[in-house]
Design a protein around this ligand. Sequence first.
Ligand SMILES: *[C@@H]1O[C@H](CO)[C@@H](O)[C@H](O)[C@H]1NC(C)=O
Ligand SMILES: *[C@@H]1O[C@H](CO)[C@@H](O)[C@H](O)[C@H]1NC(C)=O
Ligand SMILES: *[C@@H]1O[C@H](CO)[C@@H](O)[C@H](O)[C@H]1NC(C)=O
Ligand SMILES: *[C@@H]1O[C@H](CO)[C@@H](O)[C@H](O)[C@H]1NC(C)=O
Ligand SMILES: *[C@@H]1O[C@H](CO)[C@@H](O)[C@H](O)[C@H]1NC(C)=O
Ligand SMILES: *[C@@H]1O[C@H](CO)[C@@H](O)[C@H](O)[C@H]1NC(C)=O
Length: 194
Amino acid sequence: MAFLPRYLLLSLLLLNSLLFSFVKSDDEEDNLFRSINSYRTTLNLTTLRENDKAKCLADEIADQFKDQPCTNTTGANTVPGTEPQFSDYPNLLSKCKLNVTTTRDAAIMPACVPNLVPDLVLSNYTMSQYATSLNDTKFTGVGIGSDDNWIVVILTTNNLEGSFTPDNSSANVLFQLGLISQAVFLLMAFLLLL
Ligand SMILES: *[C@@H]1O[C@H](CO)[C@@H](O)[C@H](O)[C@H]1NC(C)=O
Ligand SMILES: *[C@@H]1O[C@H](CO)[C@@H](O)[C@H](O)[C@H]1NC(C)=O
Ligand SMILES: *[C@@H]1O[C@H](CO)[C@@H](O)[C@H](O)[C@H]1NC(C)=O
Ligand SMILES: *[C@@H]1O[C@H](CO)[C@@H](O)[C@H](O)[C@H]1NC(C)=O
Ligand SMILES: *[C@@H]1O[C@H](CO)[C@@H](O)[C@H](O)[C@H]1NC(C)=O
Ligand SMILES: *[C@@H]1O[C@H](CO)[C@@H](O)[C@H](O)[C@H]1NC(C)=O
C-alpha cells in the first residue's frame, strides 16, 4: 500500500514536467532580442534591458493569440485602433504580479509569422507601424514571449507608468499566495520521492 501515494506523487510530477515542456524553446525570443538591440544601436539609441515582468506578460499574451491564424489584419498588420481586447487582461496582469498603473505606458506588439522565421519576425517590427515604438527613446526595457506562430514584444519605460514594477496590493498578494502554496506542494511531493 505504501507505494500508492508515491505513485500518485510521481504522476503529479510527470504532469508538472509535461506542462513545463509546453513552454517553447526561446531561441526565437533571444534572436529577436539581439536583433532589436542591434537595430537600436545602428540608430544610436540605447540598447534595451531585459525585463522579466514584461516577458511574463508577453508570454501570457502570446498564449492568448496562439490559436489565431496569421492574416493580413493580425499582428504587425493590425489596423491601429483595432487591436484585440482581452476580457481577461486584468487576469493576465495578475498572473505576472502586475498592475495596470505600472504598465499603461508600455508598447505591446504582437506579430504573427508562420514558424517564426527570424528575418520575417524582425522586419515585422522594424518595417511596420511598430518601428515608431522601436525608434522611441523613451523605451528602456523589453520583454519577449512567444507561442506557436505568435511572438509578442513589450517595451517598458523608466517612469512608473511603464516600469512594470511588481504590484504589492493585497489582491495580488493573495493571488500569489495561491501560486506559492501550489509550488510548495510540488516541492514537497518532489522531496518525498527522494
Ligand atoms: C550615430 O552616431 C554616429 C557618431 O556620432 C554618426 O556618425 C551616425 O551618423 C549616427 N547615426 C544615426 C543613424 O544617427
Ligand atoms: C487582406 O486579404 C484579403 C483577402 O486575401 C484582401 O481582400 C484584402 O484586400 C487584404 N487587405 C489588405 C489590407 O491587404
Ligand atoms: C494598483 O496598484 C496601486 C498602487 O499600488 C493600487 O492603489 C491599486 O489599487 C492597484 N490596482 C489594482 C487594479 O489592483
Ligand atoms: C510579417 O510577417 C508576415 C508573415 O506572417 C509576412 O508576410 C510579412 O511580409 C511581414 N511583414 C513585414 C513588414 O515584414
Ligand atoms: C526609425 O528610424 C530610422 C532611422 O532614423 C528611420 O529610417 C525610420 O524611418 C524610422 N521609423 C519610424 C517608423 O519612425
Ligand atoms: C513593490 O515592492 C517592490 C519590492 O519591495 C518594490 O521594488 C516595488 O517598487 C513595489 N511596487 C510598487 C508599485 O510600489
